[in-house]
Design a protein. Structure first.
Length: 397
């Protein structure tokens, strides 16, 4: 891999440690707010390095090394790095020797690699001491997948002391071995939704006495499909239905169908426009079918966030140095319509979101798939890229 990149990775010496840690977390995944073993492992690892940390109930960790109290760190930029710890309620199907040992739970989003990389970066800080380019605070965040972690971390003081910069990174598998950073908008505005279509129950032999909620629900699905094709927004956007539940008996007109899905948009104006059209569409189907249709957003929307321009330039310099032509500076038209509760950090300080491309040829299973895998060869390169970004912050900001 180094030969293909024509770059000699200085952090290759940490590869074995990165893989060992990543496989440990992969083997022992835990769901959001249940990451007790994960948190205990991280605490033990950091404790051996001399870190002081406080627990964000029940499992989150805010950690700093006491060497940063020395005068040599006084003038350095203060950087906060987030590593999310939680896994997903998915039964793993990779067949890997280090596959999940927890039934129905899997690291299918790369959080195992993120935590491993953050821990080794913490190790490097402890080893380098005053030579390390910035002053660091490490956040090991629980419950990112269910949108609960960031607000808990912030309430516990994750950004106390007015840090200069917030950093986060992910591993993605849509391409192999590289790095990507978005200019400007770096995430989408998203929200989960529930649509309940109420009809009137009746036996099918007396169909005229009933109101068919399944038929109305089918019109909803078709209308949303057409809306996605017809609506042209400022950026990428869509409404998607993920589950449909309704009916118990084949000879009965069911009185309720529940559809669950999500609405996603790169820009808030498109989100609001889709929401408006969705409500208009549901009203039209109500009037047409005689059903009663309820739309509910169980939680507030996850807001979008944008990369700071100066940090984007620093990341581009680091990425091109290490990954060469396999570094991608992407525009908003390439935006992956994902969201992250990390937007809460971006509301308080400027930030940067970097993506490391870790797809394995012929094993391109997407995020949240039971066969999701990452190419572990990327780990020392991504670690060095993070270090180069920190060095650029020290040098150029």
């Amino acid at each position: 891999m180094a030969e293909r990149l024509n770059y000699q990775c200085k952090f290759e010496k940490y590869k074995e440690e990165l893989i060992r840690l990543r496989r440990h977390f992969h083997r022992h995944p835990e769901l959001g707010l249940q990451e007790f073993e994960t948190s205990a492992f991280i605490q033990e690892y950091l404790g051996k390095l001399g870190y002081r940390f406080r627990i964000v109930e029940p499992t989150g960790i805010i950690a700093e090394h006491p060497c940063q109290d020395e005068a040599a760190f006084a003038g350095k930029k203060k950087v906060v790095l987030r590593a999310e710890m939680d896994a997903l309620p998915i039964q793993e199907q990779t067949g890997l020797s280090y596959a999940s040992e927890n039934a129905g739970v899997m690291h299918a989003c790369g959080h195992d690699g993120i935590v491993a990389s953050a821990l080794v970066l913490a190790r490097i800080l402890a080893e380098e001491g005053e030579v390390f380019p910035v002053r660091m605070r490490f956040l090991f965040e629980p419950a990112e997948e269910i949108g609960e972690g960031a607000k808990r971390m912030l309430a516990a003081g994750a950004l106390d002391g007015e840090p200069d910069i917030f950093l986060m990174f992910h591993y993605a598998v849509d391409q192999s071995f590289g790095m990507a950073v978005h200019e400007g908008q770096a995430s989408a505005m998203i929200n989960g939704m529930e649509i309940r279509v109420h009809g009137k129950s009746s036996h099918w032999c007396e169909a005229h006495k009933g109101i068919d909620s399944i038929y109305a629900a089918s019109l909803v699905v078709k209308a949303l499909h057409d809306l996605n094709e017809a609506y042209k927004g400022k950026g990428p956007c869509l409404i998607g239905i993920g589950t449909i539940h309704g009916g118990e008996y084949s000879n009965i007109i069911t009185d309720l169908v529940t559809l669950r899905g999500n609405i996603r948009a790169a820009y808030e104006e498109d989100y609001q426009a889709l929401d408006k059209r969705l409500k208009e569409t549901l009203n039209e189907i109500e009037a047409r079918t005689g059903t009663r249709i309820e739309l509910e957003y169980p939680k507030p929307a996850v807001l979008p966030f944008a990369n700071d321009p100066e940090l984007t330039r620093i990341a581009e310099t680091a990425g091109r140095k290490i990954f060469g032509e396999q570094f991608l500076l992407e525009g908003e038209e390439q935006l992956f319509l994902s969201g992250d509760n990390a937007y809460r950090y971006f509301l308080h300080t400027k930030g940067l979101f970097s993506v490391f491309l870790a797809g394995i040829p012929d094993k391109g299973y997407p995020l949240h798939h039971p066969k999701f895998q990452i190419d572990e060869d990327i780990l020392p390169y991504s670690l060095e890229a993070l270090y180069e970004i920190l060095s650029g912050i020290d040098r150029d900001m």
